[in-house]
Design a protein around this ligand. Structure first.
Ligand code: RIB
Ligand code: CA
Length: 323
């Protein structure tokens, strides 16, 4: 049976591929897409979610906008990584997929109440919406199967030497989530840096012969340019789909039990996830930390999802069968 999930995201290039993986893979049932300020402003991340749904032919999945700023600190976007639009690279048509009037937090709350079984939340962005849900509707914790998030790191950060972007953008929200008691799996940079979109991977998307495959290749090409400029990466890590992959097939992402706390006060370390992998702090286990990715089957599932979606949206694009 497909696992029911809600994807909370800030598209963002890697969020875009996470949306496609969540919509195109049969192992998950994407109930809703919610957006939050992060990589770009809420207005832009929401428009980008609608754009991705439009070009990927994702219909019947409600898109709801959430919080437009972090709980405490001002918003600081990642236009250096994702561009002014938040999804620079390809050109997108005017979106035909709309946005529902409901606030993201209220939509999640309603779906948790209505769905016949507990739902997995997959945040791939700052945790503002999720923290607000748990604060406004604490009883919802019992309706959440688990939270499988992209964020944090067992090692270094990327927004600062100590802190990863999603956590550093809203540390207070992350602190609420990790303290909530809800089962949390943290897919941090230490594991997402194993999902490198190499030229061979990009060629697989181009080789699909669909406009969606070409759009993915263009997204990855832009993402590669900023990762090369900012951090000298030969190929960009595709962070967010790793969290979705963990739900699709837990065997793809090996995890260990850990204690994770979020540093809120460190002058140089605010937003760092402090991950105790060996019980040396005496603090109780409150999360699973993802440690390794089986990259080849991960890319197979990612490319297959785009193939499925692309075939639906642009059958005319399909290469004629070999004669
Ligand atoms: O640090 C990587 C994370 O920050 C990803 O979710 C990316 O989309 C950005 O939101
Ligand atoms: Ca993201």
């Amino acid at each position: 049976m497909p696992v029911p999930i809600i994807l909370d995201c800030d598209p963002g290039h890697d969020d875009a591929l996470a949306i496609m993986l969540a919509a195109g893979d049969p192992a998950v049932d994407l109930l809703a897409i919610t957006t939050v300020a992060g990589n770009q402003t809420l207005e832009k991340t929401t428009l980008n979610a609608r754009r991705v749904c439009t070009v990927a032919g994702i219909t019947g999945v409600p898109v709801a906008a959430g919080c437009d700023r972090p709980l405490v600190q001002p918003l600081s976007v990642a236009d250096d990584v994702h561009g002014v639009s938040g999804l620079d690279g390809p050109s997108f048509p005017e979106p035909t997929v709309g946005v529902v009037r409901e606030h993201a937090v209220d939509l999640i709350h309603r779906l948790l109440a209505e769905h016949p079984e507990p739902v997995t939340l997959v945040p791939t962005a700052p945790l503002t919406n999720i923290a607000l849900l748990l604060t406004r509707y604490p009883q919802d914790a019992d309706r959440i199967r688990e939270i499988v998030l992209m964020g944090g790191s067992t090692e270094r950060g990327n927004r600062t030497p100590a802190a990863e972007f999603n956590i550093r953008t809203d540390p207070e929200a992350a602190d609420i989530v990790f303290r909530s008691g809800v089962p949390v799996t943290m897919c941090g940079l230490n594991v997402t840096h194993q999902a490198l979109a190499t030229p061979e991977v990009v060629a697989r998307f181009e080789g699909l012969g669909t406009s969606l495959g070409r759009t993915c290749a263009e997204l990855l090409t832009f993402f590669a340019s900023t990762y090369r400029t900012l951090w000298g990466f030969p190929s960009p890590p595709l962070h967010d789909p790793v969290a979705v992959a963990r739900v699709i097939d837990p065997g793809l992402v090996r995890c260990v039990d850990a204690n994770v706390v979020v540093e809120l006060n460190g002058r140089y370390t605010r937003g760092a996830t402090v991950v105790d992998l060996h019980g040396s702090t005496g603090r109780p286990v409150n999360a699973r930390a993802a440690m390794s990715l089986d990259a080849d089957p991960f890319w197979d599932r990612m490319v297959a999802a785009v193939r499925v979606l692309g075939a639906r949206t642009h059958p005319a694009d399909r290469q004629p069968p070999p004669s």
